[in-house]
Design a protein around this ligand. Sequence first.
Ligand code: GLY
Ligand code: MN
Ligand code: MN
Length: 464
Amino acid sequence: MFAPDIYINRRNNLRKMSPSGVILLLGHDEAPLNYAGNTYRFRQDSNFLYFFGLSLPKLAGVIDIEEGTDCLYGDDIDVEDIIWNGDMLPMQQLAAKVGVSSVTSFENLKIKLQSEIRKGRKIHFAPPYRSDTKILLSDLLGLRIQNIESYVSKKLVHSIVQLRSEKEECELAEIENASNTGYEMHTAAMRLCKPGIPEHVIAEALEGIAASANGMTSFPVILSQNSEILHNHCHDNILQQGRLMLTDAGAETASGYASDFTRTVPVGGKFSSKQADIYNIVLAANNLAIKTAKPGITYFEVHIAAAKLIAEGLKNVGLMKGNIDDAVCNGAHAMFFPHGLGHMMGLDVHDMESLGENYVGYDDETVRSTQFGTAYLRLGRRLKKNFVLTVEPGIYFIPALIAKWENEKINRSFINFNKVHEYLDFGGIRLEDDIVITDSGCRLTGKKRIPITVEEVENEMQSL
Ligand code: GLY
Ligand code: MN
Ligand code: MN
């Protein structure tokens, strides 16, 4: 948690951006795993965390725009809670930690909101994404669940995106911590990656490293020797000599800030020359994106520059052909690079995604592409200082996609399908780093870059 002034300023900034009405920010309740008393690890809603800072269940914050007041709704614990779960500060003292002096019980929330609705005041709320939040909103506001979406406040969504996109110094420090834990996770994965080891042993070791830093992973670990599967959460394989193990994992700090890194390493510790050739194209695309990202450039432009470098590299090894600008314009690279270059990162690993990807990553100036591959680019808009984002180019050989394109003759003037057949068991490579946009460029997050060159990776894999 940060100092109270941080939260007071954020709420005041939000109030200044909102013409009238009441802003409702609902925190999360516990989520049952297999029965009510056995719950998933608690994770607070990120908007609530951003404006009200408290990571405890069953709280709500109300920001009254015209009155200029902030109120927390939540209940003090009783003696039964103390017996089972231990003591907790009274709500009034908890609220003081985030600069709120007005506190009342949770059941008063509905009374307050209903009274404001009767006065004709607008209740601004963000899109709910958990079912229990939708049910609660429906009850609080007297809306049918099916209709809630149409009452979401676009104004609030835009204001929150504007505030949360430019990270404050205290947030950047937390992202540094998350990145340093990410370094430990990925170097451990490199050292553990040996033939005969089950993937889940490594995946669980990474969960443990994140937890031992007093946080957790920022999303379920993606780790597989089936490295062509973009988001593979199944860790059932035994690692085999010569395969490529892709690990996409990051840490979340106790205060909720994320990191998100990917490395792809050869099981057994040595890249073959065929693997190294493709690896070095992905690495060059990653480095080019980092060199190119700066305030004022759109991330769409950086994505296209990376796509062109990938297409050029694939042409050099005989997998693509023809004019590179035309190939990328036609989306031919996307058979190999079928996703976006990156996304915003902060309190959420895909930052603010619950508010709507297009509100976060696009604007009136930069509209989302509909072309296969580029359409998955979550962030396309112009970059600003203190944006935090990922850089994650990749090259994959996905047999089902290759078969589809070949059968349907998609982009056959730019792809050498005969050569591609030699790579059907190759897997895939992604290299992901996290960056902060600075005054004139960007910098990598974390104390040290996770080993990334062929030589650095092979050396790390051989260390004990
Ligand atoms: N961790 C998923 C991603 O890189 O976007
Ligand atoms: Mn990732
Ligand atoms: Mn990512």
